[in-house]
Design a protein around this ligand. Structure first.
Ligand code: PEP
Length: 250
């Protein structure tokens, strides 16, 4: 059976009241499907609403969009992995392209965040992806491999096998341009090969999600591409009806 993952990244949207209305619609209409999990990454201020809404459902899980790599301390404005875990998060996005390209997060920092997430019992979704300039220079596979290796440096093979990877070409995020299934399949296959070289056969269990302008019209063709084990969705996950359609696809 497939083990698909559908992940909603709400970015800086959905205040607690909006998140509550969304979750009432979604939880009321979405029946559990054995071959998939649905993850929600709300803003940290709306996490409690999502955690409360899904507490009876093993197929629905919540996470945060970012953490600091230290467990505690004088870091005003930051959220640590133990704080997120204590608030009910089970997952965290690490190295999202907006963290890397808007906030200047480095490969080294993503590695420290992955380690912090795993220490606290959070499952990291490790985001990798090339810019348009890097794609045009033919550097896609080199960039993605470098980002993945840096994110998991020093992680035990057994633990690495419990993580999630998301391939999100930077030029496809929020732009309405998505990779073709063939382009996505090529990069996903390279990521799978890298995971196998890092952790052997256990690398086959790591879901590799595609992200970048996924919507209800293109999701089926992307899910059919080689090694695409789910989707990470921004804009189209903000509308409950569209997110319901996406989470039921594939
Ligand atoms: C994202 O935020 O991870 C993303 C893929 O956004 P969008 O679906 O809007 O391109």
């Amino acid at each position: 059976m497939r083990n698909l993952v559908f992940a909603a990244n709400w970015k800086m949207h959905q205040a607690p009241a909006d998140a509550a209305a969304f979750m009432r619609t979604f939880v009321g209409q979405y029946a559990r499907q054995q071959d998939r999990r649905v993850l929600f990454f709300p803003s940290a201020v709306s996490l409690h609403v999502v955690v409360q809404a899904i507490k009876e459902r093993a197929d629905l899980e919540a996470g945060v969009q970012n953490i600091h790599w230290e467990d505690k301390g004088a870091f005003t404005g930051e959220t640590s992995a133990p704080l997120a875990r204590g608030a009910g998060a089970r997952h965290v996005l690490i190295g999202h392209s907006e963290r890397r390209h808007v906030f200047g997060e480095t490969d080294e920092e993503t590695g420290k965040k992955v380690a912090a997430a795993l220490r606290a019992g959070l499952t990291p979704t490790i985001c990798v992806g090339e810019t348009l300039a890097q794609r045009e220079r033919g550097e896609t596979l080199a960039v993605v491999t470098r980002q993945l290796r840096a994110a998991v440096a020093g992680i035990d093979a057994g633990v690495l096998a419990t993580t999630i990877v998301a391939y999100e070409p930077v030029w496809a995020i929020g732009t309405g341009k998505n990779a073709t299934p063939a382009d996505a399949g090529e990069v996903h296959s390279a990521i799978r090969a890298e995971l196998r070289s890092l952790v052997g056969e256990r690398g086959a269990a790591v879901p590799i999600l595609y992200g970048g302008s996924v919507n209800r019209s293109n999701v089926d063709s992307l899910l059919a591409a080689s090694e695409v084990g789910g989707v990470l969705v921004g804009g189209a996950s903000l509308d409950a009806e569209q997110w319901l359609a996406i989470a039921r696809s594939g």
